[in-house]
Design a protein around this ligand. Structure first.
Ligand SMILES: Nc1ncnc2c1ncn2[C@@H]1O[C@H](COP(=O)(O)OP(=O)(O)OP(=O)(O)O)[C@@H](O)[C@H]1O
Ligand SMILES: [Mg+2]
Length: 372
């Protein structure tokens, strides 16, 4: 070998080392956790943020597989074998993937919500592993929960006016009956039945309002979507009556339709959609709710005969603070979208025609349905 070759060889080595430390510097300067695994699922790099977010360092992976340390159990508390892990699947198939709703585990035994992107790693055209970039979503989720709570209190405030109005009617009639019986000094059986049903209606409305405004524990349970929507209709009816709007329910069958959900969040979705429909109609109109059960999912539609939404405004639906109303916060649709898509793995679509009305279509996975 001649001397110039020697120089270039050592220069090359220097260059490689420089590049390596530059790479590490770049990796360590980003806020997202980034790690790479080879085809045997061995960790080949692990940046500072990944270490800070999880508490694990490179040396921890010498004895234990990364999956068994940070990704062993899902949000429902079920064990996730490596073969069911999306990272593993992307690694084998060489595909890219974005996972929005998952958790990683820390060294201290706690977990945190994450979203992550998986990208295949190529070397001279050959698939050699995969790179995962993950982000801690705790803060974002906390903010979303706060917004949902705030929105809920606003809605409760608005509903109270309608409910107070609605309760006044049965109370007036109850007072009338009491007066009548006092004057006639007779106990009429028929009056008692009417009074009883008036009392029951007041009781149910108040119970619903209290249930809704109470802070709820977040745990997923199976609920009949028909019950949830019916309870919302009961809550919203007083306001609808005040505005001369008919609230029509159209259930495909009388069988129960079970979804796994946070019931207060699902109720909030339909309160938001019905409230928007009522505000759009202003007065004299009709809102039709339908529930259709498919094989894997249930579809709930909220249709109004209001003024509709123009296509350029449809695009803005769900953006925070987008509102065409003087007193609107513009958070209703954002909260609704978040509850349906992120918290319940459902979908939300809108179809609207100016001058004719709007239909919102919510799809939610059924309990026991394939793919749920
Ligand atoms: N059914 C509907 N018909 C017509 N326009 C609608 C309908 N639903 C939503 N919109 C439009 O979408 C906008 C955003 O709705 P969103 O519920 O997010 O906020 P908001 O109703 O204005 O305020 P908030 O719900 O926070 O009180 C509304 O201001 C309205 O212009
Ligand atoms: Mg709204």
């Amino acid at each position: 070998m001649n001397s110039s070759a020697n120089i270039s060889e050592s220069e090359l080595k220097n260059e490689v080392e420089k590049l390596h430390s530059l790479n590490q510097l770049i990796l360590d300067s980003v806020a997202e956790g980034i790690y790479g695994i080879d085809l045997e699922a061995n960790v080949i790099f692990w940046n500072k943020a990944a270490e800070e977010l999880t508490g694990f360092s490179m040396s921890d992976f010498q004895e234990n597989n990364l999956h068994n340390l940070i990704h062993h159990t899902n949000q429902q508390g079920e064990h996730v074998p490596l073969t069911d892990c999306p990272v593993y699947h992307a690694l084998i198939s060489g595909e890219s993937l974005f996972v929005e709703d998952d958790i990683f585990w820390k060294k201290d035994g706690t977990s945190f919500p994450v979203e992550y992107t998986i990208k295949p790693m190529q070397e001279q055209g050959k698939h050699v592993g995969t790179v995962i970039t993950f982000r801690d979503m705790s803060e974002k989720i906390k903010t979303e929960e706060m917004l949902a709570e705030w929105e809920k209190l606003l809605v409760v405030g608005q509903m109270s006016a309608g409910i107070a109005h609605e309760i006044r009617n049965p109370i007036t009639s109850l007072k009338g009956f009491v007066q009548l019986m006092k004057e006639s000094k007779q106990l009429n059986e028929e009056y008692f039945d009417i009074m009883d049903s008036e009392f029951n209606r007041i009781e149910t409305i108040i119970k619903e309002l209290l249930m809704f405004s109470k802070p709820q524990k977040t745990s997923f349970k199976q609920h009949d979507i028909k019950d949830l929507v019916s309870q919302v209709v009961l809550l919203m009816e007083p306001q609808a009556v005040m505005k001369n709007i008919r609230l029509v329910t159209n259930w495909q069958s009388c069988e129960s339709v079970y979804i796994s959900c946070l019931d207060h969040q699902i109720k909030q979705v339909f309160i938001n959609l019905i409230k928007n429909a009522m505000e759009a109609i202003e007065s004299d109109g009709e809102i039709v709710l339908t529930i259709t059960t498919g094989q894997k999912e249930v579809t709930i539609t909220v249709k109004d005969d209001g003024p509709g939404i123009s296509p350029d405004h449809v695009e803005k639906l769900g953006q925070p603070f987008y509102s065409t109303k003087e007193s609107g916060t513009g958070l209703g649709m954002m909260v609704t979208t978040n509850i349906i898509k992120n918290n319940h793995r459902g979908s939300l679509e809108v179809e609207s025609e100016v001058g004719k009305g709007t239909v919102f279509e919510v799809r939610l996975p059924l309990v026991g349905g394939k793919g749920s």
